[in-house]
Design a protein around this ligand. Sequence first.
Ligand SMILES: [Zn+2]
Length: 270
Amino acid sequence: MDFEMRQKEVLKYLVIPSFEKTGLVRHGFSTRIGGVSDKPYDYLNLGLKKADNLENVLENYRIMCDAIDIDLYSLVLSDQVHGDEIYEAGVVDRGKGIWKASDIFRKDALITKQKKVALVTFYADCVPLFFLDVETPAIALAHAGWRGTVKKIGQKTVAWMMKNYGSDPGNILVGIGPCIKKCCYEVDEPVASEFKKAFAYFEELMVDKGEGHFMLDLVMANSRQLEEIGIKPQNMTISHYCTCCSNDIFFSYRADGGKTGSMAAFIELV
Ligand SMILES: [Zn+2]
């Protein structure tokens, strides 16, 4: 199963068909297409911590939220540091990080079971993880770069839902969004050795290119750790897009040489 590309006027964004079918959520993953920002944030930059023009970024939020029918004032933004800390958001958090000062610090995953609390996390090569427990119901987003992947933020997010919401992982749908794939994600020995320590099956996750260089498969490192905690393979939707290969559609930290915009994942319970 793959994400599906949608278009509204110039805007392009992705949705997860299995999430949509439940009727429980509004959600989407943005691309760089359809916004108003100038280079190097062209066009749909949603990163408010970049040196982009604030009015342009807010207009980009209006364009994206209008397309996915999410209220701009319901947004709750993460504060990502490549960590593994989780924040449970609620109605009181609406607007934090965009319309009002936020006290959500150093959180790479957001969770809620409250309705109309729109979780937002940010990406430009790192792995976007979407979660929907259809029974509770409850939702989560997690940001998994290589550090978050090694810290198993995906597993920790599911474990949090199991512990605090009584979620059964068999009822959790997962979406793994566009990210840098093994075709483009070359890492060196220090990163590779972290994966060797964290994953017994590390040999399946990387191809040794010689001279201390490895091509790393972040998608598999995330899907396998989610399977280990009980997510069913048939409940996972994985985008085929590599953000680095498809740099015309997506911001890519690597392809853009570090100076680029941010895409965002959005989800709320209706
Ligand atoms: Zn690629």
